[in-house]
Design a binder for this molecule. Structure first.
Ligand code: PLP
Length: 357
């Protein structure tokens, strides 16, 4: 792949901002180069200094955990920043197009809209897998990105590994694989393939399995050349000091995270089994993530009832191939019990006998 050919022209020419931290990279006793408050701040841990714009220490630790060299890691203010930066770096507004595979994560479309990039849709097959012939028919010389979400939100399943490899082998733009839920999946990460594909971008996040959605930290793994472009375009201090500190701390506790993953997966499978027994639920889709998509009779009524009970799920009506569904995040044991009890009460109150609609 010729990365220059798909890099937006103004970005190719761009001379990146050089921060105080870029100009002087050693350590010194007196820092008077960044117009910070030298006296400190009202906080105990001061945060009066700008954070490392290159997140060197944090990337070092992530590199160990993910077995990807630091030069092939990009960190964003959530995956959502990575998504936006991929558009801003590799798509020309008003000219390029990208392919998404609905039903899928909404930000690919929103971010395309913000960046004035044409969106082409290759819906998933009835088994919620990639429709390769359809994707192929949509590709033209202006297609820059193909978005693959695996495990997919909102369907919960993983895309076939061999199908993703097929795309990587035959597409000369970037194949972006969003692995936000990979830690809950039976399938291995595509980061294993980075050595073989210079058109692969793998996105992961601290928002799901790591339990740190509030910190806003997303990762993109790709070739050195792709990462260099993203680094050039990002705001210099996109990852704040508190996030860098806390993420480093969390990464020391990987055992605890792995335990939580096992617990969540066990509760997910248990919850799915309970759902299958409820006449109200017509279909439970197999999940490789920390949520369950369920086709529900009178989904909106059920949704509203749950809201009234103080339980909020996601109302996903009219999903292709699936119809009216609820997307339900696996909660704590207590929360899951409350949900199931509420569903049982709903059935007793409103639909004593199961009926088709
Ligand atoms: C939750 C989620 C993300 C995470 O986004 P962040 O900005 O990192 O919080 C990314 N992709 C998908 C498909 C998601 O569902």
């Amino acid at each position: 792949m010729d990365l220059d050919k798909i890099t937006r022209a103004n970005i190719r020419k761009l001379k990146p901002y050089s921060s105080a931290r870029d100009e002087f990279q050693g350590t010194a006793e007196v820092y008077l180069d960044a117009n910070e408050n030298s006296l400190g701040s009202p906080l105990t841990k001061w945060y009066n200094r700008y954070p490392d714009p290159h997140q060197v220490e944090l990337k070092q630790i992530i590199s160990q955990v993910k077995s990807v060299p630091p030069s092939q890691i990009f960190l964003g203010n959530g995956s959502d920043e990575c998504i936006d930066l991929l558009y801003r770096s590799f798509c020309e507004p008003g000219r390029s197009n990208v392919i998404i595979c609905p039903p899928t994560y909404g930000m690919y479309e929103v971010s395309a809209g913000i960046n004035d990039i044409e969106l082409r849709e290759a819906p998933l097959t009835p088994a919620f897998q990639l429709d390769l012939p359809m994707i192929e028919s949509l590709i033209d010389e202006n297609t820059r990105l193909i978005w693959v979400c695996s495990p997919n939100n909102p369907t919960g399943n993983s895309m076939k590994y061999s199908d993703i490899e097929e795309l990587l082998n035959n597409f000369s733009g970037l194949v972006v694989v969003d692995e936000a839920y990979i830690n809950f999946s039976r399938q291995r990460s595509l980061t294993n393939e980075l050595k073989d594909y210079d058109n692969l971008v793998v996105m992961q996040t601290f928002s799901k399995a790591w339990g740190l959605a509030g910190l806003r930290l997303g990762m993109a793994f790709a070739s050195e050349a792709i990462i260099a472009v993203l680094n050039k375009v990002k705001p210099p201090y996109n990852i704040n000091q508190a996030t860098q500190d806390l993420a480093k701390k969390a990464l020391q506790e990987i055992g605890q995270v792995n335990d939580m993953i096992l617990e969540i997966v066990a509760m997910r499978d248990e919850l799915a089994n309970v759902f299958r027994e409820l006449p109200l639920i017509e279909k439970v889709f197999p999940s490789d993530a920390n949520f369950i998509l369920a086709k529900v009779r009178n989904a909106t009524d059920v949704y509203n009832y749950l809201v009234a009970q103080g339980i909020i799920v996601r109302n996903r009506s009219n999903i292709q191939w699936a119809g009216d569904c609820l997307r339900i995040t696996v909660g704590t044991e207590t929360e899951n019990t409350r949900l199931v009890d509420a569903l049982i009460t709903f059935m007793k109150q409103f639909s004593t006998t199961p009926q088709s609609n």
